[in-house]
Design a protein around this ligand. Sequence first.
Ligand code: GAR
Length: 203
Amino acid sequence: RFRVGVLASGTGSNLQAILDRVHGREADVVAVGSDKPGARALARAEALGIATATFPGADFPDREARDTAMAQWLRSEGVELVVLAGYMQIVTPTFLAAFPQRVINVHPALLPAFPGIRAVEQALAYGVKVFGVTVHFVDEGVDSGPVILQRALELPDVTDADEIRARLHPVEHDLLTSAVALIARGAVRPDPEHPRRISVEVQ
Ligand code: GAR
């Protein structure tokens, strides 16, 4: 089966969705890494006997060194697709070179609006009425890679960031699990004429 590695910094609800809905079916999650020792995401993986490792910034001289070690570990586990599921670090070009066109990210906004950290707060401050989620390939910019799946959520009256995040989470889980399954079955392809345009063949 298609081998997936997940990087997560936090609670790992997106990782859990992948474990519940995709793991052992379209793909196997074979490695879960974090920059944060003690991240709840790691415990979720350990509970299923999945290999885990932590790569805290403080253990490495710089980001290149961290990403080199992380990429080597993921490669050694046979990972074919890396999923950033609430991984709150920017991956370096060195990391991306180890997994060309094979790193995806879930972001809690409708890109290209509100890239970077605190996307929900940015959207609230702007006063938008429509929020949303994007799953995209990771390139060398910040949340700037080609879009794979996107879904809008109208929340015209909600002004609390935590409530918006809570409403977006199920959308993230749906889109991210769909994207992993689609990539595993080879249904996600860049258009050779327009590499930013990703065709998704939904059965
Ligand atoms: C998710 O909302 C994800 O979109 C966000 O972190 C959260 C992780 O939740 N990622 C980013 O903001 C990336 N810039 P989880 O730990 O419950 O999966």
